[in-house]
Design a protein around this ligand. Structure first.
Ligand code: KIV
Length: 266
């Protein structure tokens, strides 16, 4: 077993120009596989809500559900850094952030938490969590928990003014002690500028090739997504098709009495 990836490792990777590979996972079996192939960071994303639980967006998932899935993922991981997403309204005060983030580390063996936004309430939460020794991954750009405020799945930071605002928030989050920053749906040039500006690594999703790492939702990556697949999703397998074909073959064998074979049971 190699040593678990730590916060200083992420910083060292950036300094050495080694790109961080991050993928989401929500269950034990997937976590085992991702860890086996040396994914550096496994995010138990609140995309759990849409991908695993069938909600229309990430807002309905709650702490108990996130804890349940984070525990399962952590049981399967030896090397990767396990990061748990603080769900919507679980960090609206510093006290709530401390309470809920603490639960992820104490009860579910996460190594860090992630939260969305870089406005004063989130900056205060990051400062307080880091002061308690809880590593925080920040998340800027398209922040899915603000879907209603943002009005849809749109690229953020396209105007000069909004780009400057995002860059300023990124700097403040790094100053507050965030150990990494997810940049979702921002123009590649802005992601490049933020990445070169910050000492902490940026991890992009739909943010172009100049981040210090990349993250993808597991189900998008392997073609398992049931509903909406974002444009920026990388597709490295078509498991949905394979699974359907496998189960169809099984069903045909059962119906034709080809499975199980008699001698298997004797
Ligand atoms: O919840 C999630 O899966 C995420 C990633 C898209 C970064 O936040």
């Amino acid at each position: 077993m190699s040593k678990a990836v730590s916060v200083p490792d992420l910083k060292r990777m950036k300094q050495r120009g080694e790109l961080i590979v991050a993928v989401t996972a929500y269950d034990y079996s997937t976590a085992v596989l991702l860890d086996q192939v040396n994914v550096d960071l496994i995010l138990v994303g609140d995309s759990l809500a849409t991908v695993m639980l069938g909600h229309p967006n990430t807002l309905p998932v709650n702490m108990e559900e996130m804890l349940h899935h984070t525990r399962a993922v952590a049981r399967g991981v030896q090397r990767a850094m396990v990061v748990a997403d603080l769900p919507f309204m679980s960090y609206y005060t510093v006290e709530a952030a401390l309470e809920n983030a603490g639960r992820f580390l104490k009860e579910a063996r996460a190594a860090a938490v992630k939260l969305e936004g870089g406005k004063p309430p989130q900056l205060a939460a990051v400062t307080a969590l880091v002061a308690q020794g809880i590593p925080v991954v920040a998340h800027l750009g398209f922040t899915p928990q603000s879907i209603h405020a943002l009005g849809g799945y749109y690229v953020q930071g396209k105007s000069l003014e909004s780009a400057k605002q995002l860059q300023a928030e990124a700097e403040l989050l790094a100053k507050a002690g965030a150990c990494a920053l997810v940049l979702e749906l921002v123009p590649p040039t802005l992601a490049a500028a933020i990445s070169s500006d910050l000492e902490i690594p940026t991890i992009g999703i739909g943010a172009g090739p100049y981040c210090d790492g990349q993250i993808q939702v597991f189900h998008d990556l392997v073609g398992l997504g049931a509903d909406y697949v974002p444009k920026h999703a990388a597709r490295y397998a078509e498991l949905r098709r394979e699974i359907c074909q496998a189960v169809e073959r099984y069903a045909a064998d059962v119906r034709a009495r080809r499975f199980p074979e008699a001698e298997v049971m004797t």
